[in-house]
Design a binder for this molecule. Structure first.
Ligand code: 5AD
Ligand code: SF4
Length: 475
């Protein structure tokens, strides 16, 4: 769904790479520590949770030893993601032994999937809260404080947390994530999300635009609109009865200022419309990048997955994107080793990757999730070593595709939003172009450039993951 690194995401690393701590000053009173796992939506939810706790007088801490409350905002998408959380919980047990008053809470998708079972399985968990029940956290903390095990995993058809101003965590002050909808109605056969995050519902457009405007006024330069399936965003203003679809929302956000960049994730190939593509084209500040999960290149597997499109339909969508925006980058999610996948199906996936020339892919071995349609209907019959070999082949192909697309960019000039120093040197900047490609380039002495500045950079060389360039003129 919502990832931004050009590599295969192995869940253990995902936990580490994404493990977020809090970043504001610790205030007196009770302190909470929160770690987030999984997709960007979870990170965005942690900012809502921080806001709810903050209003109740809880202060954040970066240091787990100082915490009175430890929260894990968890992910259930693959089994490994859950294993990572369980491992982390056993580490927290040691701290709790030293400090019995400490409360440990499991939030998010794993809380929703396992419900009160988590309290029985993980003896030292005190609080279990699903994604739609964060408003009840203060009461649940009270209950847990008085010794009751506290659980709220009610899913809602309305909750969007629209009125809550997120407390930005671990923010660089440049990029922010804004949730525009919650849940998913798609029922892809492999996916646990419809069960853990419930029915799809959109947030009112006015609160989204106001949040983005506020971010811009605070100095943020880029907002990413988040949803499991952003193209099915739909809101009807109760006063005017006017409907707002995703293209209209994009336009409203783009009009806040030409110098606010807009990204979004994730698009479902069946739902992204020409109207959205034309809106992207019409606004220079809407980034030319679409995350368009394919999952498989085999029509037979796509049908089993309940993706509701064929290989040909997907290819036509890619073609349409390139017709309307030749400079638009496309990335995909790919699952290998889904139930009954043959060598021919796997070849079809490799082939659709070549045809689509993805700039990036997020590639996963199929992991059966209890309760999903696939778990109920099909057998997870592709052996682990076959999944692994096919995944290796997919990763290798993606690496070469990424290198090829980067080579094609050499000699081109891109507008880059500077995000900070490059990993290797403080004499170099790192930023991203509209296509979401990382660019690294030397700093210029005595220039006024800083993190958050826009600058034009010519790509001169590349690796598979990075364009290396030089500044050609200041934006
Ligand atoms: N096994 C492997 N990968 C999965 N994804 C979702 N469910 C599973 C699963 N059971 C992948 C899909 C999705 C991405 C966020 O995670 O590719 O788009
Ligand atoms: Fe899961 Fe499919 Fe919904 Fe994505 S679109 S969250 S893969 S059900």
């Amino acid at each position: 769904m919502l990832n931004f690194a050009n590599k295969t995401i192995d869940e253990t690393r995902q936990g580490e790479a994404y493990a977020g701590e809090l970043a504001t000053d610790a205030t007196p009173g009770k302190r909470f520590y929160i770690e987030s796992y999984g997709c960007q939506m979870n990170f965005s939810d942690s900012e809502i949770i921080a806001s709810i706790l903050h209003t109740e007088g809880f202060g954040p801490t970066r240091n787990v030893e100082d915490a009175d409350l430890i929260f894990l905002n968890t992910c259930s998408i693959r089994e490994k993601a859950e294993q990572t959380v369980r491992k982390r919980l056993t580490e927290f047990k040691k701290i709790k032994k030293q400090k019995p008053s400490l409360l440990i809470g499991v939030l998010g998708c794993m809380a929703e999937r396992l419900k009160s079972k988590l309290l029985e399985e993980e003896k030292l968990v005190d609080i279990v809260v699903g994604p739609d029940a964060y408003r009840s956290l203060p009461q649940l903390i009270d209950e847990a404080d008085s010794g009751t095990k506290a659980v709220n995993v009610l899913l809602s058809r309305e909750e969007t947390y629209a009125d809550i101003s997120p407390v930005r965590l671990n923010s660089n002050g440049i990029n922010a994530f804004v949730s525009i909808m919650r849940g998913c109605n798609n029922m892809c056969a492999f996916c646990v999300v419809p069960f853990t995050r419930g029915r799809e519902r959109s947030r009112d457009d006015a609160s989204i635009v106001a949040e983005c405007k506020d971010l811009f006024e605070q100095g943020y330069k880029e907002v990413t609109l988040l949803g499991q399936n952003v193209d099915s965003y739909y809101w009807v203003d109760p006063k005017t009865n006017h409907p707002v679809d995703f293209a209209m929302l994009l336009e409203k956000v783009a009009q806040i200022s030409p110098s606010l960049r807009i990204r979004f994730s994730t698009s479902h190939p069946k739902d992204i419309t020409d109207k959205v593509l034309h809106t992207m084209k019409a606004h220079a500040n809407i980034c030319k990048y679409i995350h368009l999960p394919v999952q498989s290149g085999s029509t037979r597997i796509l049908q089993l997955m309940n993706r509701t499109y064929t290989r040909e339909w997907y290819m036509a969508k890619v073609k349409r994107i390139k017709e309307i925006m030749p400079d638009c980058a496309i990335s995909a999610d790919i699952i290998t080793g889904f139930c009954t996948e043959t060598e021919q199906d796997h070849e079809d996936t490799l082939d659709i990757m070549r045809q689509s020339e993805y700039e990036y892919s997020y590639m996963f071995a199929y992991s059966e999730r209890p309760g999903t349609l696939a778990a109920k209907r099909y057998t997870d019959d592709v052996p682990e070593e076959v999944k692994k070999r096919r995944l290796d082949e997919i990763v290798k192909l993606q690496n070469s595709l990424s290198l090829e697309t980067n080579k094609k960019d050499i000699g081109k000039v891109f507008e880059v939003l500077i995000e900070g120093n490059s990993k290797k040197s403080d004499q170099q900047w790192m930023g991203r172009n509209s296509q979401n490609k990382v660019m690294v380039f030397d700093k210029i002495e005595n220039s006024l450039l800083e993190s958050g500045s826009f600058v034009h950079v010519m790509a001169e060389s590349c690796t598979q993951g990075t364009l290396i360039g030089k500044i050609v003129n200041l934006s």
